[in-house]
Design a protein around this ligand. Structure first.
Ligand code: 4AD
Length: 453
C-alpha cells in the first residue's frame, strides 16, 4: 500500500513552521520546523517510516506516520525534500544526531532520485573498482566518509589561517601561471602561453620571497601542479600547497616555527566542534603529538637505515648522498612512531636555492617533516641570500637564470637571511584522518589518467 505524494495535505491549523538548517534545529525542541535536505537513509516498517535527512550541516532522524508513512513508500535515497514537523527530545535510552527526532506531519518532494539500476546505491557500491568510483566522485562525495574528510579539510584550512594570523603572517595570492621552475624540470606542466612557454606553478616559493620586503612574513594557500608520472599513495598532479616565507630568521627559528604550526593547528582542529569529533570517527584514538619533535640529521638517518637493514632504491645498503625514497622513509618513521624533523640534506639531492650549512658545506639548512603512516608532509629550508652563490646553484642544476632576474634581485636590493616551507594539505590530512592515500583527502583527485569529473 502506498500513497501518491500529491495526495499529502498540509494542515494549516498547525503552528507556522520555523525554517531551519538541521544543526540549528537540534536546539528547537518542541517547535514546529521546516527543514530541507537529501534523504540519507530510509527504512519502512508496517505503519511507520524512519528517514535520516542530511543537509551538510548535520543529520536529522525523522519519523513518519499515517499518510506520510504511506507516501514514503515512493521515496528514494538522495531525493531532495522539505520535511515539516515537530522537533522532539529522544525517548530515554535512544540515540540520534543532536539528541532529537523530527515527528513529521507533512513533506514535499523537490527532486525524486531514480530507483532501480540507476539508483544512488547502485552507482557508488562500496567494493566497486576504484576507477568506477572515481567516475562517480560527484556522487561519492555525498558519502559519510568522504564528506567527513572534506569537513576536516575545511577546518584545517580555516585554522591554518587562524595560526598565521596569530603569528602575524599576511596572506598573498601569487600567480599560478609562471615561467620559472622551483622543484626540477621533470615534473613541470607546460602550457602554451600566447605562443610563449609557461608552466603551471610547482610551488609559489619564489614569489613568496619577493613579498617579504614588501609586506613582511607571508603565506599562501594555492594549488601546485606536478606532472608525477608514477601512481603512489601520496602524489597528486594538483594539490593544495600551504607555503610560508619568513625573513630575518635562522634555521632554528624556522624549525621551531614549523613545529609550533603543526602542533597548534592540529590542536585547533581537534578542538573544533565539527571537525574534532570527525577526526575521532575517522581515526579513533588519535592523539595530538607532543613537542619537541625529534630532530634527526640526514646522516644519522642513513646510519639508522643501515643499522635496520633497510635498503635503498637499488636494493643496496644506504650511503651518504642517497635520496631516501618513499618506502624507506615510511619504514623509518613508522618504526620510530613519532613525527620527525629530518634536517641537513646533502646539496646534491636538494633544490638550487637551498643555503649550505656553515659548519659543513656538503649539506644544506633543509628540513622534511615526516609523519607516521604518510612520511613527508612538509619540505622547507633556509634560502641562499647571496647573488653569486645563487647563480652557482642555478649553474649546478643546469637552469638558465635569465627568467629568474626578479628572484635574483631580492639578493641585490636589501638581501636578508630568510627561509620557508611548503606543506601538502592532502598529506597532512591523510595522517590526521588515517586515510590510505591522498586521493581520499581531496574532492576531485588529479593524477595521470584522471581529470574527470
Ligand atoms: O618538498 P616540496 O617539493 O617543496 C617545495 O615545493 C618547496 N618549494 C616549498 C617551499 O619551501 N615553499 O613540496 C612541499 C610539500 C611536500 O612536503 C608534500 O607535502 C607536498 O608539498 N607535495 C605533494 N603533495 C601531493 N602531491 C604531490 N605530487 C606533491 N609534491 C609535493
Amino acid at each position: 500500500e502506498s500513497l501518491d505524494f500529491s495526495k499529502l495535505k498540509l494542515d494549516d491549523s498547525l503552528e507556522k513552521p520555523v525554517k531551519s538548517k538541521i544543526v540549528k534545529a537540534y536546539d528547537l525542541k518542541n517547535q514546529r520546523v521546516k527543514v530541507a535536505g537529501w534523504v540519507h537513509r530510509l527504512r519502512l516498517s508496517k505503519k511507520l517510516a524512519f528517514l535520516v535527512l542530511r543537509d551538510g550541516s548535520g543529520f536529522l532522524q525523522a519519523v513518519l506516520t499515517g499518510d506520510c508513512a504511506l507516501a514514503a513508500v515512493n521515496l528514494t535515497l538522495e531525493s531532495s525534500v522539505y520535511l515539516y514537523g515537530t522537533v522532539k527530545p529522544l525517548p530515554e535510552g535512544k540515540s540520534a544526531p543532536g539528541g532529537v527526532e523530527l515527528s513529521v506531519d507533512y513533506f514535499e518532494v523537490v527532486g525524486l532520485a531514480p530507483c532501480g539500476s540507476d539508483s544512488f546505491t547502485n552507482k557508488i557500491q562500496e567494493n566497486a573498482d576504484p576507477s568506477l568510483l572515481l567516475d562517480q566522485r560527484h556522487l561519492a562525495l555525498r558519502g559519510e566518509t568522504l564528506s567527513a574528510v572534506m569537513k576536516v579539510r575545511a577546518a584545517f584550512l580555516k585554522n591554518i589561517r587562524r595560526f598565521y594570523d596569530e603569528e602575524s603572517l599576511i596572506e598573498v595570492t601569487p600567480p599560478n601561471m609562471v615561467q620559472t621552475q622551483v622543484e626540477g624540470g621533470s615534473t613541470l606542466f607546460k602550457l602554451d602561453y600566447y605562443g610563449e612557454e609557461a608552466y603551471l606553478t610547482q610551488s609559489s616559493q619564489l614569489y613568496l620571497e619577493t613579498f617579504n620586503a614588501a609586506l613582511g612574513d607571508v603565506y599562501c594557500i594555492a594549488e601546485s601542479f606536478r606532472a608525477e608520472k608514477s601512481h603512489t599513495r601520496r602524489h597528486l598532479s594538483e594539490y593544495t600547497h600551504i607555503e610560508a616565507e619568513l625573513s630575518f630568521i635562522d634555521f632554528k627559528d624556522l624549525l621551531d616555527h614549523i613545529e609550533k604550526l603543526l602542533i597548534n593547528v592540529v590542536k585547533y582542529v581537534l578542538e573544533d566542534p565539527i571537525a574534532g569529533p570527525l577526526v575521532e570517527q575517522l581515526n579513533p584514538g588519535f592523539k595530538l603529538p607532543e613537542g619537541p619533535f625529534i630532530r634527526m640529521e640526514y646522516k644519522d638517518a642513513i646510519t639508522w637505515l643501515q643499522e635496520h637493514g633497510i635498503k635503498n632504491e637499488e636494493d643496496k645498503e644506504f650511503q651518504f648522498g642517497d635520496d631516501i625514497a618513499e618506502a624507506a622513509e615510511r619504514k623509518m618513521v613508522d618504526t620510530i612512531g613519532k613525527p620527525i624533523l629530518l634536517i641537513r640534506f646533502p646539496v646534491a639531492i636538494k633544490s638550487f636555492y637551498m643555503k649550505k650549512c656553515k659548519d659543513d658545506p656538503r649539506v644544506t639548512e633543509s628540513v622534511d617533516v615526516l609523519m607516521p603512516t604518510v612520511g613527508e608532509i612538509t619540505g622547507g629550508s633556509m634560502r641562499i641570500d647571496d647573488t653569486e652563490e645563487l647563480l652557482a646553484g642555478f649553474k649546478r642544476e643546469g637552469i638558465d637564470p635569465t627568467s629568474y632576474y626578479w628572484f635574483i634581485d631580492q639578493r641585490k636590493y636589501g638581501t636578508c637571511p630568510h627561509g620557508g616551507y611548503g606543506l601538502g594539505t592532502e598529506r597532512i590530512l591523510a595522517w590526521l584522518c588515517n586515510r590510505f592515500t591522498v586521493r581520499e583527502c581531496v574532492p576531485y583527485p588529479r593524477f595521470s589518467g584522471r581529470a574527470t569529473p
